[in-house]
Write a protein that binds this ligand. Structure first.
Ligand code: SF4
Length: 490
């Protein structure tokens, strides 16, 4: 039996260990099943395999702790920064364990995100006076003086500097980076700390400039990764056991790459190439703009035989075409309905979610009424409802006719309640259905254990199930507002 990629064997001394999580040294004794030894007979001690996966690490004396706020793209970039720093001899600090280096990857999409970031940075600096605090990401691009002015912050890393973190930090923190990186140590992402599903960045930046949005300012113009980089990272994640990979970017639907071979004219052709060239069990598309849900993508989705998850998150923002125009969103209510209907008809039991903003400047009761009616139509299975938040530097922040906080609060409550009803109906439709679920990471103190189905339905699993990254076939036996109950099927 040959150990998987990246694993090594060492001569036996009557011990057998298989590391669950390669770089965390957690293991348990596991007999080698019959037929998996040379002779197929019960293995005698001298033929026990010892498999060790050890990311070639330099001396692992230093500990790193990383925190992420915001989107999946940020989560991917946090893991990428970690992978770039492991060769310097860092290992991930356990929850609650003191670290030498703290990296906080920030978000600035709303003022609420800003205050969460400030709190997190202050807490890290206050509780770890001996540690080095590095703040990265969108808040740094948006307001470096403010976030950099927090006492205890040592280094700021802008979005475009994240890829060069391994060359920036050694010069800024020489005491901590007291050795050369171990060149035998891969900087590929092999593990999404605490996640059984993987995120994969396919693009960055955005050229759409919606009038309320600060993201193009902090993430820059749209730029797409070469197809081969994406395909090889999918294969590397599959080799590390991931069965679901979430494709992410700021403006995923605008993916295309004509600069390098093989060329991909759009997201549909990228998906086709990933499915043709890798063994990935399923890919999920993270948020995708309605105008980019075109026929070719719906066709690839329809023909993917379940390898593209039956779940699309398609931001609506408003059901009023008048407000969509003020938001500089390039579609109207009709187009939105047509595109979502096409997706739902392409695969049975498809679940669609949407972002909606309430309280955009100038939003009348009539405008809100249109959003409410579209939400009540049941076309959309759940909503992420955001209260409008003035982002300095955006055109909307200059608009007059701001909506009062009370009205915004009321409209948010109305749509959130409709969303809960729609989600509960979607759960009821699952009863009797067969779904494939990936278990979420088991949290030590949680008595409840959940997984995610391909159509994004939250499934309660029995505690005994051995989760991990594998696809678990279940039959839905019951449903409630928050989740459905799944019985494992063999
Ligand atoms: S599409 Fe619009 S909302 Fe989305 S990141 Fe770009 S500007 Fe912001």
């Amino acid at each position: 039996m040959n150990p998987p990629e990246g694993w090594g064997t060492v001569p036996s001394r009557n011990l057998s260990y298989e590391f669950d999580e390669p770089n965390r040294g957690v293991g348990h004794r596991k007999p080698i099943p019959k037929g998996e030894g040379q002779s197929g007979k019960e293995s005698s001690p001298s033929r026990i395999h010892i498999w060790l996966y050890s990311r070639p690490m330099a001396e692992t004396t230093k500990k790193i702790a990383l925190q992420t706020l915001g989107c999946r793209l940020n989560q991917y970039e946090t893991e990428k920064m970690a992978a770039e720093l492991y060769p310097f001899g860092f290992r991930r600090a356990e929850p609650g364990e003191k670290a030498d280096l703290y990296i906080i990857n920030t978000c600035t999409v709303t003022h609420r995100a800003d205050s969460d970031c400030r709190q997190m940075v202050k807490k890290a600096a206050r509780e770890n006076p001996n540690g080095k605090v590095v703040v990265a990401g969108c808040y740094v691009d948006n307001d470096p003086a403010l976030i950099g002015g927090i006492s205890g912050v040592h280094v700021l890393i802008k979005n475009k500097e994240k890829e060069r973190i391994a060359s920036i930090l050694p010069s800024q923190l020489p005491d901590l980076f007291d050795r050369e990186p171990d060149s035998s140590c891969s900087t590929n992402i092999t593990d999404f700390h605490g996640h059984n599903r993987a995120w994969l960045k396919v693009s960055d930046g955005c050229n759409q400039w919606c009038s309320f949005c600060i993201i193009p300012t902090v993430r820059g113009r749209l730029r797409n990764r070469p197809v081969n980089d994406i395909v090889s990272e999918v294969s590397s994640l599959v080799a590390n056991g991931y069965n679901e990979i979430v494709l992410t970017g700021v403006h995923l639907g605008h993916y295309k790459n004509r600069q390098t071979e093989p060329q991909a004219k759009n997201l549909a052709s990228l998906c086709r190439m990933i499915l043709d060239r890798t063994e990935v069990k399923r890919i999920r598309l993270s948020s995708i703009e309605p105008q980019t849900v075109r026929e070719e993508l719906v066709q690839v989705y329809a023909e993917s035989a379940g390898r593209i998850c039956r779940h699309m998150h398609i931001p609506l923002q408003s059901g009023s075409s008048r407000i969509l125009k003020l938001m500089q969103r390039p579609y109207d209510q009709n187009t939105y309905i047509k595109r979502v209907t096409a997706v739902k008809e392409a695969q049975p039991n498809t679940i669609v979610g949407a972002d909606v903003i309430v309280g955009f400047p100038g939003e009348t009761d009539a405008d809100f009424g249109q959003t409410k009616r579209l939400a009540e139509s049941g076309l959309i299975d759940y909503l992420h409802v955001f209260s409008y938040s003035d982002r300095p530097g955006t055109p909307a922040s200059q608009m007059s006719d701001k909506i009062s906080p009370e009205v915004i609060k009321e409209r948010n409550a109305i749509l959130s309640e409709i969303s809960e009803r729609n989600r509960a109906k979607a759960h009821l439709r699952q009863v009797g259905e067969r779904l494939e679920v990936i278990a979420e990471h088991r949290k030590p103190h949680d008595r409840e254990f959940f997984g995610v189905a391909d159509n994004f339905i939250k499934v309660k699993l029995s505690w005994e199930i051995d989760g991990g990254k594998r696809l678990i076939p279940i039959r839905v036996t019951a449903a409630c507002d928050e989740f459905v109950v799944g019985m494992v099927e063999n």
